[in-house]
Design a protein around this ligand. Structure first.
Ligand code: S3P
Length: 181
């Protein structure tokens, strides 16, 4: 049977899918799987920043500070959004920058991946590569970031919870949410 394409679906096909949300929600893992399911290229903004800077994110924060990282992040995301439609996983702070947010809303469909605090604490403890979580108690830091960021993340086009079951469930939930747009 031929798929039904509404005008919105047509419009969406030319736009990148941009995953936003806090550290540990699964943007990269879910993004890779989603890209595969949609037959699109996948890009990870953090990886691209590291590639273009030739340094890890931790090194960029240590040597140049967060502001320089945010500038680089904005440029990299802007470049990726000019390319062919892809699935793009962004770092947790990217959508907080007004210019980056505007670029995402012009060129992409923003999907907020959301998870509860305890799940984020559990998942972020698996890697110690996130400079913002090295500055104190990760649970307190994530709790504070939740309060600051969730109201902004709520501007995304769609919100999908990512703390129920395996990542494959989240991919299915995103595909269903996209089909409903
Ligand atoms: C950050 C999240 C990180 C990375 C950097 C800053 C943030 O990405 O961009 O450490 O401000 O929340 P992930 O969300 O992919 O961990």
């Amino acid at each position: 049977m031929k798929p039904v394409l509404t005008p919105d679906t047509h419009q969406m096909q030319n736009r990148s899918i941009v995953l936003i949300g806090l550290m540990g929600v699964g943007k990269t893992t879910v993004g890779r799987r989603l890209a595969k399911a949609m037959g699109r290229p996948f890009a990870d903004a953090d990886e691209e920043i590291e590639k273009s800077a030739g340094q890890t994110i931790q090194d960029i924060f240590d040597h140049f500070g967060e502001k320089a990282f945010r500038d680089g992040e904005r440029k990299v995301i802007s470049r990726l959004l000019q390319g062919p439609p892809c699935v793009l996983a962004t770092g947790g702070g990217a959508y907080m920058e007004a210019k980056t947010r505007a670029e995402i809303s012009t060129h992409g469909t923003a999907i907020w991946l959301r998870a509860g605090l305890d799940e984020l604490v559990r998942r972020t403890a698996l890697r110690n590569t996130r400079p913002l979580l090295q500055k104190g108690d990760p649970k307190e830091i994530l709790d504070k970031l939740m309060c600051e960021r969730h109201p902004i993340y709520a501007q995304a086009d769609l919100v999908v919870d990512s703390d129920h079951g395996p990542h494959a469930n989240t991919v299915d939930a995103i595909l269903r949410a996209l089909a409903g747009t």
